[in-house]
Design a protein around this ligand. Structure first.
Ligand code: AGP
Length: 604
């Protein structure tokens, strides 16, 4: 999704804007641009393509104040003319979001004599602000935005003064406070090099950066209170530390992230989970009749595992809904329904809309997210932070396994309160959970074996991932990961569904990854492996370390350490992540920034 940055200070703005934009590259983009205030007025440079192409055509720019943008095309093709900043008179603007009443505003501005040069909806923001500008940029921005329906994080620069004004509604925006210099950006990773003092902006807030100061305003132009948060992520966490790709770094970081999420939340001694962040009373938890999980993509796959846990451990009926479907469907919800929204970024537009919709029905809500201060965290009364550190690769990896651990902890917490799990069982399960980091390390140690299999099948056109029960969501996740970064078509299937259609396309040319860890459905899984082998498919099984049976059935086996069978998805996920990574690597794909995709999908 689009990234926006802004700077006002004592240093040259251009290198800071370019550096901050590069740190937002992972969000996905197809053009980039900057506007900088110089002695000659505002200079605007933009281009389709990468930031490096923009950088290559920048002259020496002398200016201490500017805005920048990476655009992920929604309305209008990814061309230079449609790239941001957009300009009207003395005003330049960069924007992330969608102006829904674009047609109406376009007509209105045409009648007022404004001519449009781009196909973008953003250009109306430039013209509106220009139209209302009478020497006060904050006031002009507010008047313009009052006419707008839709979503925005937008930053404005005017040729008259060293000031950047930015505003937010339903698209992420933060301000950063430095020493005599201030910033705005779409997310903290852009600013970690410069400051860790962050203001998370709320909807309908306006911020002005000028003269070494920042000032917040409400939508009526009244000064508003500034809440500064100090964040503990550091710049090293957001850099590659010697790995060729962020994705590989983040896969490796799971040894730490799976450990960190449990810190202070798990007592192995008495089998208790301490979740101070969950404000539901014991009585409310006992009376819960239903859980609805809303999420998208990988977070949705985590939700499917959450369903097995909430139902299996805590005895609470659970539905999992794709957020974009949930927001437009008919609901049967009430105050004994708990909504659990899962989102790594906490900014996914559909998941935000879904949780708002559920809250309208009086549901209680828990957000599971990785980003402190994200919009989702502000929408839910209960926030379960996954503490995985910044995830830059577009493919979610460490945040997925952290989401799983969050769901294990929540399910055990509910199960204990609802008296569905005795202390012995919870002690054993928690002890097994705390052994996962070491086991992940063992899987990482066998990466060469996984790489070999990935390379072997990297010319396949179609891949199948099969699993049953808890392994079925892992099969979905394996297929999602593979197609996302290697562009190989892949399908995840519940193994028992094979005979109902997909078996027709299984042949010697369709490698099948069978997630076949020990479980009550293990024997059924072996039958499914035989079914596909009988059609000529090559089978790569993911199985337990001590499973001798599997060798007789599969062509190759990747082994994972033996743990409580409920926890297998954490381990087998690491295998499918590595498989996807090495397949994409063998094919020379741009692993961290796959085509057409954005890290954080902040528009519908
Ligand atoms: C995962 O690899 C994908 N990039 C994508 O499916 C992602 O999980 C989805 O867009 C949801 O994002 P969120 O967790 O930030 O809400």
């Amino acid at each position: 999704m689009c990234g926006i940055v802004g700077y006002v200070g004592k240093k040259q703005a251009t290198p800071i804007l370019i550096d901050a934009l590069k740190r937002l590259e992972y969000r996905g983009y197809d053009s980039a641009g900057v506007a900088v205030l110089t002695d000659k007025g505002v200079e605007v440079y933009k281009t389709e393509g990468r930031i490096s192409e923009l950088e290559a055509q920048l002259p020496d720019i002398n200016g201490l104040c500017g805005i920048g943008h990476t655009r992920w095309a929604t309305q209008g093709a990814p061309t230079t003319i449609n790239a941001h900043p957009h300009v009207s008179g003395n005003i330049s603007v960069v924007h992330n979001g969608i102006i829904e009443n674009y047609n109406e505003l376009h007509k209105f501005l045409n009648n007022e004599g404004y001519e449009f040069v781009s196909e973008t909806d953003t250009e109306v923001l430039a013209h509106l602000t220009n139209m209302y500008y009478k020497g006060n940029l904050v006031s002009a921005v507010i008047q313009g935005l009052k006419k707008v329906k839709g979503t925005y994080a937008a930053a404005f620069l005017c040729g008259d003064s060293k000031q950047v004004v930015a505003a937010r509604k339903e698209s992420p925006l933060i301000a950063g406070i430095g020493n005599g210099e201030n910033f705005i950006a779409s997310d903290v990773t852009a600013l970690l090099k410069y400051t860790r003092d962050i203001v998370y902006m709320h909807d309908y807030e306006i911020v002005s950066l000028a003269g070494g100061q920042i000032q917040l305003y409400d939508f009526w132009g009244n000064p508003a209170k500034t809440h500064i948060d100090s964040i503990d992520w550091n710049i090293e966490a957001a850099e590659k530390s010697g790995y060729p790709h962020f994705m590989l770094k983040e896969i490796n970081e799971q040894v730490t992230s799976v450990h960190d999420i449990m810190m202070g939340r798990v007592s192995k001694l008495n089998g208790d989970v301490a979740l101070d962040e969950i404000k539901l009373s014991m009585e409310e938890i006992q009376n819960l009749e239903r859980i609805v999980i809303v999420a998208c993509g990988t977070s949705y796959n985590a939700g499917l595992i959450g369903k097995c846990l909430f139902e299996g451990l805590a005895g609470i009926h659970t539905d999992v809904e794709v957020s974009s479907e949930f927001r437009y469907s008919n609901h049967v919800l009430g105050d004994s329904t708990l909504v659990v929204a899962i989102s790594q970024s906490g900014e996914t537009a559909d998941t935000l809309a879904a949780i708002r919709e559920a809250k309208n029905y009086g549901c209680r809500a828990i957000a599971i997210t990785n980003v402190v201060g994200a919009t989702l965290a502000r929408e839910a009364e209960n926030i379960f932070y996954t503490r995985a550190g910044p995830e830059i690769g577009v493919a979610a990896t460490k945040t997925f396994t952290s989401q799983l651990v969050a769901l294990y902890l929540l399910a055990i917490y509910f199960a204990r309160i609802r008296k569905r799990m005795d202390m012995d069982r919870s002690k054993r399960l928690l002890a097994s959970l705390t052994q996962l980091p070491g086991m992940i390390q063992q899987i990482l140690n066998s990466k060469d074996l996984i790489k070999k299999q990935a390379v072997r099948f990297s010319n396949a056109k179609d891949y199948f991932f099969l699993g049953r029960s808890l392994n079925y969501p892992v099969a979905l996740e394996g297929a999602l990961k593979l197609k996302e970064i290697s562009y190989i078509h892949a399908e995840g299937y519940a193994a028992g569904e094979l005979k109902h259609g997909p078996l027709a396309i299984i042949s010697k040319d369709t490698p099948v990854v069978a997630i076949a860890t020990r479980s009550p459905t293990y024997d059924k899984m072996l039958n499914n492996i035989r079914e596909v082998k009988a059609r000529g498919a090559q089978v790569l099984a993911i199985a337990d370390l001590n499973d001798a049976e599997i060798d007789k059935n599969a062509d190759a086996v990747i082994r994972i350490p033996v743990t409580d069978e409920l926890l297998n998805p954490v381990l087998s996920s690491v295998v499918v992540q590595l498989l996807a990574y090495y397949s994409a690597y063998a094919l020379g794909c741009p692993i961290d920034k796959p085509r057409n995709l954005a890290k954080s999908v902040t528009v519908e």
